[in-house]
Design a protein around this ligand. Structure first.
Ligand SMILES: [Zn+2]
Length: 350
């Protein structure tokens, strides 16, 4: 039993996210969220607060995206099918889902910053962390997390935002947006053999932002305890030294062993343990607002299972027990390398 007050958990959901039809054989299909919503109705109906998303405004989208690109996305409404990028296809109503995905994240942010909930999970699609200011890519149309972080800076005056990206792909779009600033600290673990093949160790930021991008490329056979060890060893000092005012999570679940694209070795337990860490960090920061946004995860059953584990931890507020961290040669080497690269910046290393 938890000895502290339960967390109030918000959920952004909307059936209009299912309108995004990238094509019958595309892995990022509406079946993903259908499975997640079905699980929600069965297991978490009363445990979460539902937040209705609204369409993002032009002003919000322009915090990150160019007017020309936004117009290009809008024009996809005129055709049954459009290639925004070779891997990013959209139907005539996809623009609506894309606007709603950004708007939903912002609505979730507003709910957490206003204290209506402690943590919010935006269960949206299309995903966002590969989207750039002028182009789509990696199934992403708009950069949901990127716009949300900019909004938090511009409208709420936040000066230290931590973005955690546990999707198995590197969030190249998010990294690029905040690469030269210290107001956003981006931390990503990913397998570099996959798309977009960025996020190498030495990509640590530029100018004022040097040291505020932390990339940890992981081997394909990394196991749950090793991943959880990495996150603990990096995020605990980040929390202590950087003291974020907001934590955003690019929550992708394609590192799951059943995922057709990720094909790594992680299980739902990894995401459960990472969420437990997240809850501890949130408490440690004196209830730092947390917003998770769904990114990848392409085996619909595994995806629903992973989201269920995350929500189980959040709704039960299980932050009072920490299983001992398993240190292996592999996890020790990864941390040693991260520390040796980041030590000169002193952002989180001691
Ligand atoms: Zn991914």
């Amino acid at each position: 039993m938890s000895s502290v007050a339960a967390l109030r958990v918000g959920i952004v959901r909307d059936d209009r996210f299912l309108l995004h039809q990238p094509g019958l054989v595309h892995p990022e299909g509406p079946g993903r969220l259908k499975a997640v919503y079905r699980m929600l109705d069965m297991d978490f109906g009363h445990a979460v607060m539902e937040i209705q998303p609204e369409l993002a405004t032009l002003e919000q989208l322009e915090l990150v995206h160019s007017p020309k690109y936004i117009r290009k996305v809008l024009r996809t409404a005129e055709r049954q099918f459009t290639y925004l990028a070779p891997d990013t296809t959209v139907g005539s109503q996809s623009y609506l889902a894309a606007y709603l995905a950004v708007g939903g994240c912002i609505k979730g942010l507003q709910a957490t910053l206003a204290g209506r909930c402690d943590v919010c999970f935006a269960l949206v699609r299309p995903p966002g962390h590969h989207a750039h200011p002028n182009r789509a890519g990696g199934f992403c149309v708009f950069n949901n997390i990127g716009v949300t972080a900019r909004y938090a800076q511009k409208r709420h005056g936040l000066r230290r935002i931590l973005i955690v990206d546990w999707d198995i792909h590197h969030g190249d779009g998010v990294q690029e947006l905040f690469y030269s600033e210290k107001e956003v600290l981006y931390f990503s673990t990913h397998f570099m053999g996959w798309y977009p093949q960025t996020g190498d160790w030495e990509e640590t930021g530029a100018g004022e932002g040097l040291g505020y991008t932390i990339n940890v490329p992981v081997p394909k056979d990394i196991r749950d305890p090793e991943m959880v060890y990495l996150y603990n060893r990096i995020l605990n000092p980040v929390m202590e030294r950087y003291r974020p005012e907001l934590i955003l999570v690019s929550a992708g679940f394609d590192g799951h062993y059943r995922d057709p694209l990720g094909r790594t070795q992680l299980t739902e337990l990894c995401y459960r343990n990472l969420t437990e860490l997240l809850v501890r960090l949130l408490r440690r920061g004196g209830n730092t607002p947390v917003l998770l946004a769904l990114e990848g995860g392409y085996n619909v059953g595994a995806l629903a299972h992973c989201v269920s584990e995350v929500l189980d931890v959040l709704t039960e507020s299980r932050d009072d027990k920490q299983s001992p961290l398993t240190e292996t040669d592999k996890s020790r080497q990864l941390i040693e390398k991260a520390v040796s690269i980041h030590k000169p910046y002193g952002v989180w290393t001691y």
